[in-house]
Design a protein around this ligand. Sequence first.
Ligand code: HXC
Length: 518
Amino acid sequence: MDLSGKFYKAFSDRQSAIEKQYGPKQAEKQHSKGKLTAHERINLLFDNKTFEEIDAFVTPADQPVEFGKVERSYGDGVIVGHGKVNGRLVFAYAQDFTIMGGSLGIVHAKKIAKIQEMALKMGSPIIALIDSGGARIQEGVASLSGYAAIFQNIIHSSGIIPQISVIMGPAAGGAVYSPALTDFVFMVNHTSYMFVTGPNVVKEVLNEDVSSEELGGAEVHARKSGVAHMIYDDEENAILALKKFLSYLPSNNVENPPIVNDDGSVNEINEKLRGIIPEDPNKAYDVKDVIAQIIDKNSFFETSELFGANLVTGFARLTGKTIGVVANQPKVLAGVLDINSSTKGARFIRFCDAFNIPIITFEDVPGFLPGIDQEHSGIIRHGAKLLFAYSEATVPKITIILRKAYGGAFIVMNSKNLGGDFSFAWPSAEIAVMGPDGAVAILYRKELAESKNPVELKKELVKKYRDKIANPFIADESGYIDEVIDPAVTRKKIISALNALNNKWVKVPARKHGNMPL
Ligand code: HXC
């Protein structure tokens, strides 16, 4: 196209100026820190040449007072637009750290708000690629109000469109709340960090020395705080994983997740499952091995892998359709429920419920974790979240009791009276008020104290308890579960249960909202 005519002079001048702005010098600033540029990130995320940028030429607001300097730039430090990811419409914004540290001024904020509102109107996911020093200091309260508008939009869109944040640099101060409000947070090892107050403030207030990495690096948030759901070693892998992750999700709350072609390579009958649970009830095993034998081949996408690892959560597929998996993990803390695993499970279940993803629960739980620390830190309050989330969810809910299902934990993990649609148990299941040791100690305290051979008596009573009470057959005969099944047919049973639940419709009475124990 010939742009030399007089009408096109201003147009082509601006094109050259913006090309210069994003030239190799800017790119080097990012690359030298092991980071990609905002454009490189966008290009990785979107299908080839499908991204359409808007507001590329907006300029920053005038500075209210002389303090520091607002750099005159095109775009005000953020790229916003839409395009296709795996062929589906997605909106995104990517902050550009090379322009005033990706700081959020009012124009920058208005661009983000505009794209958020478009994403909501179109019913499409929105991705935030965050690399920012937070509120732009020079613009004062205007930038704070910009953040407030962004938070408000996230909250309005919550449960309507999937919102995902990828932290690819700093996220500091109140700015951390925009990712925290979204559904999932991805982080990159060693180049991203999140904290409300940084190492300098920690030093000033508490006289404690801590590095950015130790305070709010990806590993810390994935393992300890639970703020990050997924972490990756570099940005490219983070974005590729995000693209895969999106393939499990519907575009909005009135759509179903996309169905991928199932190659039919997984047999409905799998005899390997018969031997997967150790005969010794105190022996651990990896529940992920069980999951892998049931779902479509290699379809498991685990979330929050390192946090509350005694409960496994993640998305998978059955005959190409997305399911949400929640599973006690006997390999970690014997699969007990504690504070972290309860909150992790509750949030995951609520996401599945909001986005029409059936929940499949694999249960092997000895109970809630006892102890002063857990009680004083509020296991009652946090365990109640999991209970609330399971009960409140109206998507199809199916439970497979693999082994232990004791006490309150039996109820919480999607029992039928809590609204579970189907509950199947393997013959190895132990369903009772409590484990054999505890039950015998309480019911036979006197007899054990008076016995000449308490060890032998206890052994006998434990065996009797297991045979008579802690098995799946009593629950089966009294209808508290639907069926004791051959483990080999588990996949088949879940698929036919999901087919039966295809048109599940639960009418929830009108109310403003329930009052989840937060
Ligand atoms: C304006 C900023 C800025 C900010 C960074 N820059 N943060 N400009 N407002 N908030 C500018 C720097 O002046 C510098 O400009 C350029 O960005 C790169 O920053 P550096 O400091 O050189 O980079 P680095 O050493 O990598 O350090 C990055 C950083 C640090 C850790 C993010 O810049 C920093 O601590 N910034 C302040 C973080 C913060 O406290 N933000 C406010 C949070 S409160 P030049 O011209 O030199 O290249 C908040 C309120 C939100 O966000 C409220 C919501 C409720």
